[in-house]
Design a protein around this ligand. Structure first.
Ligand SMILES: Nc1ncnc2c1ncn2[C@@H]1O[C@H](COP(=O)(O)OP(=O)(O)OP(=O)(O)O)[C@@H](O)[C@H]1O
Length: 322
């Protein structure tokens, strides 16, 4: 059982937002839709939710063909960007809302709201209005509200997008733990590769309306399918005819078999790492090569601006031909 997306396409006028998407999202997993702005992630999420209709293709959720089902009948919970809570209802009533419109018994609603308030750590804020909460607390309320209807699928569009770095980090850890407890099939959209690598079990890289690669965070980082995925999941630099990660370059001040020979033209220390720019000598690549070493390595190798150095990819480094 899972979410099966087959042959889904979507155009807005003559703009192709999604092109023939085939994707299986496994049950109980935390899946990230990752990609640059405008790539089609939100459109795909909205199609899964039933908020947008695909031009072609089908969506099967847990064995049920949901392609033509309205939102309310898909049993999905969602939190979209610029989420608007009911401003005049307190936190508890906001969480209860989905159950009230489904006309569940009052006892059941009270018990469920209580359980969810505990889960999202908002028990002491149950009677506050959304405007009296911080951004992170409001996001947790939104998640509790989405979870109240016991959805089989939880869809989150940039759930932590508008929050500061520290709160984002806290909420990521919290979402991970929540997922470990509840195992609701969860799909979240992000353009932040670190967020996807840290939180998701599985990542779908989407660009220009197509899927570039699907895999575990390790798969994508270690075995990128192409230069787009390699570049999107972390920094890359061109060494000879290959793209390689700057920390996967072996640098030496002594002559050795090398892909490029050049001069260190910039030396920048950022925290525990040192970023070097090496300008290769002809006939090597014209642009500078970025190399990252630890501070201890830079010291041990005695690297300075102006030094002549020999560069090659480290043994086992991931490279993609350019
Ligand atoms: N209702 C619409 N009408 C016209 N064009 C739209 C509509 N919704 C989305 N688009 C276009 O479709 C493309 C994909 O949008 P989508 O929101 O899915 O991208 P995204 O990957 O989620 O980007 P972001 O990270 O910026 O939210 C964009 O170019 C967008 O302008």
């Amino acid at each position: 059982m899972s979410i099966e997306i087959s042959g889904v396409s979507k155009n807005f006028g003559d703009f192709v937002a999604l092109q023939d998407i085939d994707l299986t999202i496994p049950t109980g997993q935390l899946t990230a839709l990752l990609g640059p702005s405008g790539g089609g992630k939100t459109t795909l999420l909205r199609i899964i939710a039933g908020l947008e209709q695909a031009d072609a293709g089908s969506i099967v959720i847990e064995g049920n063909d949901a392609t033509a089902l309205p939102v309310q009948r898909r049993n999905v919970g969602f939190v979209f960007q610029h989420y608007a809570a009911f401003k005049h209802l307190n936190v508890a009533r906001n969480i209860a809302f989905g159950l009230e419109i489904r006309k569940r018994p009052k006892d059941e609603i009270d018990a469920k709201v209580d359980e969810l308030l505990q889960l999202v750590h908002l028990k002491q804020f149950a009677h506050r209005l959304p405007s009296q909460l911080s951004g992170g607390q409001r996001q947790r309320m939104a998640l509790a509200r989405a979870l109240a209807i016991e959805p089989s699928v939880l869809l989150l569009d940039e759930p932590f997008g508008a929050l500061d770095a520290k709160v984002r980090k806290e909420l990521r850890d919290w979402l991970r733990r929540l997922h470990d407890e509840m195992h609701v099939t969860t799909v979240f959209v992000t353009h932040d590769q670190e967020e996807a690598l840290e939180v998701a079990n599985s990542i779908v890289v989407i660009n220009e309306g197509r899927i570039e690669q699907v895999g575990t965070p390790d798969d994508l980082y270690d075995k990128p399918a192409n230069d787009f995925v390699l570049g999107f999941l972390g920094p890359v630099t061109t060494l000879g005819t290959k793209l390689v990660r700057p920390h996967d370059i072996d640098i030496s001040r002594y002559e050795q078999a090398a892909t490029a020979v050049g001069t260190i033209t910039r030396w920048t220390r950022i925290g525990f790492e040192v970023r070097l720019e090496v300008t290769p000598e002809p006939p090597h690549a014209p642009g500078p090569v970025q190399v990252v070493v630890t501070r201890a390595e830079a010291r041990a190798l005695d690297l300075h601006e102006g030094d002549r150095v020999w560069l090659r990819p480290q043994v086992g480094a991931d490279t993609v031909s350019v």
